[in-house]
Design a protein around this ligand. Structure first.
Ligand SMILES: Nc1ncnc2c1ncn2[C@@H]1O[C@H](COP(=O)(O)OP(=O)(O)OP(=O)(O)O)[C@@H](O)[C@H]1O
Ligand SMILES: [Mg+2]
Length: 315
């Protein structure tokens, strides 16, 4: 099996705090796969993305674990080595392009910087690649748009420019962290269809982070279910919907209205993310907690082929 990314036992803490924000996160990403990360607000989805990109906020640190990119442990890289990889091999698109695009640089200047730094392309060659990429992501009249500044573009176009920045250097992995939440529904669907097309046509491996079960059902091949900094379940999308094993996943899906309709994990479900527990993190919310789960924290176990669950009763 060819994994482009393997995360092993990743544990992230805040300096001076005992409780981890990410605890023993382990998963794989296959080449050309679309992997979904589902979880309520504060469950650790963005921290996982930032960890993979070596962009953890200063007050946080990696306590243990490995992040293997084609077998190379990213956590051993120096910052200048990481900078060469970021945007070139692994890219991220964020929810709010206005805060990720530089407001004082034109679209051309922002994209030129990237192709110059990562690919050494200047002048005409660089410009041709930029225009081709903008066209690929559905920016109309890219030659004219190059001169625009981010605030001059609509939300949908800005998000397309972000995607262009994410793919212009042909990365192997693209992480999309709730890239459509701020957009209206039609534009959301267009952006998601675009990401799927890039996955199919370019073999891009994609990690898609969202609260939206409906999007993941349609888009993702496998799904990771996050809760309080842990992964509670990993399964093929079809298996997860037809046979959810963890009580938390069952709870989420019990309110899922079915094909064609969409539900979101409400931000009001927000839990306390910190989990330094020596018992099951879902204990308080479980309908039928077992005695063992109060004495011990369950490990993530593969109970069926490619179906993993962190629950004594489902194992
Ligand atoms: N710089 C930081 N310092 C301390 N704690 C942090 C920091 N960044 C994030 N956290 C905490 O880590 C936890 C996980 O945050 P994260 O941003 O990964 O959540 P998320 O799953 O992406 O949520 P959302 O769906 O709201 O984006 C949260 O409880 C958050 O408060
Ligand atoms: Mg987030």
């Amino acid at each position: 099996m060819q994994y482009v990314l393997e995360v092993k036992d990743l544990t992230v803490k805040q300096k001076g705090s005992f409780q981890p924000l990410l605890k023993d996160i382990s998963f794989t990403l296959k080449k050309g796969e679309i992997l979904g990360i589902l979880g309520e607000s504060g469950s650790g989805k963005s921290l996982t993305a930032l960890s993979i990109l070596g962009l953890l906020p200063k007050e946080l640190y990696y306590e243990k674990g490995q992040i293997l990119f084609n077998g190379m442990n990213l956590l051993t890289l120096k910052e200048d080595e990481f900078a060469k990889l970021r945007g070139k091999e692994i890219s991220i698109i964020l929810q709010d392009p206005l805060s990720s695009l530089n407001p004082v640089l034109s679209i051309e200047e922002q994209l030129s910087e990237m192709v110059k730094f990562h690919l050494g392309l200047n002048g005409k060659e660089g410009k041709e690649l930029i225009i081709k990429t903008l066209r690929e992501v559905g920016v109309p009249d890219p030659e004219l748009r190059l001169k625009n500044y981010p605030h001059e573009l609509s939300g949908g176009l800005r998000q397309r420019v972000m995607i262009a920045m994410g793919i212009v250097c042909s990365p192997q992995i693209l992480i999309a962290d709730e890239p459509t939440t701020a957009l209206d529904l039609t534009i959301q669907l267009q952006i998601i269809a675009l990401l799927k097309k890039l996955n199919q046509e370019k073999g891009l491996s994609l990690i898609f982070i969202t609260h939206d079960l409906g999007i993941l059902r349609w888009l993702a091949e496998r799904i990771l279910v996050y809760y309080r900094g842990e992964i509670l379940e990993i399964a093929q999308t079809r298996d997860l919907f037809s046979n959810p094993l963890h009580p938390y996943t069952k709870l989420l899906f019990s309110s899922y209205p079915g094909k064609g309709e969409r539900i979101f994990l409400a931000n009001t479900l927000k839990g306390d993310s910190s989990n330094g527990l020596s018992y099951c993190s879902f204990y308080e919310r479980c309908f039928h907690p077992c005695d063992k789960s109060l004495r011990e924290a369950p490990a993530l176990m593969e109970v069926q082929s490619e179906h993993w669950v962190r629950c004594f009763q489902s194992a």
